[in-house]
Write a protein of this length. Structure first.
Length: 247
């Protein structure tokens, strides 16, 4: 436990020093939200309030930027030989990666808060009860945790910090093939199949339903996707770290 807390503190200190990544994790989602609300929102008539519709998608989009930072931080540790110094200390691979993952959760919490506050200035008016807010944030936290462990695994095997950053491009593109920005029903048939059967869509739909006080139809599916991804990503990342650090 002490080792894990030490690694968490180290990762959070590194995040504070790398202010450009923290600022970008906040500014970029806000810019994306402004673009869709003010530039494209007026042309989308399939929903009553576009800002209420798009905010849950932006919140999930935030997780992709946070995961990119995690992958890059882990890759930086691996390539700079930091892990080699940890070998002489009673610190497990679980503790090292946990530090980066918890720092990712903290960055995403900050970004989520900023996006919600700015969204309210834009007219976002959620009708969720306190309980629904807790459920929505809990689901987002579960998804962030799963994605952060996946990013940690990618950081372990990345050849460089730059190659680890490619995760950001992937995570920026995937939400466009979901219900993040437009209803799935408005898409062509071949895209609709992809959008309806990928993990991001049920997470977004569940968060959207909870925040807008609508019937939740994808809750169990969102939990299954997020929980399954967490189990696989956690096992994969810790196994990879243990294998590579012993070389």
């Amino acid at each position: 436990m002490t080792a894990s807390l030490t690694m968490v503190g180290r990762s959070i200190r590194l995040s504070r020093r790398n202010l450009d990544s923290v600022i970008m994790a906040i500014v970029l989602p806000v810019m994306m939200m402004s673009l869709f609300v003010y530039v494209f929102g007026g042309a989308i008539s399939a929903v009553d309030s576009y800002v209420n519709y798009v905010v849950p998608g932006i919140l999930v989009l935030c997780t992709g930027f946070g995961a990119t930072s995690t992958a890059m931080s882990v890759a930086d540790d691996m390539k700079k030989g930091v892990v080699d110094r940890f070998r002489s200390m009673p610190i497990s691979g679980f503790s090292v990666l946990t530090g980066h993952v918890v720092a990712s959760l903290a960055r995403n919490a900050l970004a989520t808060t900023a996006v919600v506050l700015v969204a309210m200035l834009m007219g976002f008016r959620p009708t969720a009860s306190p309980g629904s807010w807790i459920l929505a944030m809990g689901l987002l936290a579960l998804y962030v945790l799963a994605l952060s462990w996946l990013a940690a695994g990618i950081g372990v095997i990345a050849k460089s910090v730059e190659s680890a950053s490619l995760l950001g491009f992937f995570m920026l593109f995937i939400p466009y093939l979901s219900s993040a920005f437009v209803p799935v029903a408005t898409m062509p048939a071949f895209l609709r199949v992809i959008s309806e059967h990928q993990p991001i869509t049920p997470v977004i739909e569940t968060v959207r339903a909870l925040l807008n006080d609508q019937p939740v139809t994808s809750g169990w599916l969102a939990l299954a996707w997020s929980g399954g991804l967490l189990v696989v990503a956690f096992g994969w990342a810790t196994w990879l770290f243990g294998r590579i650090s012993r070389r």
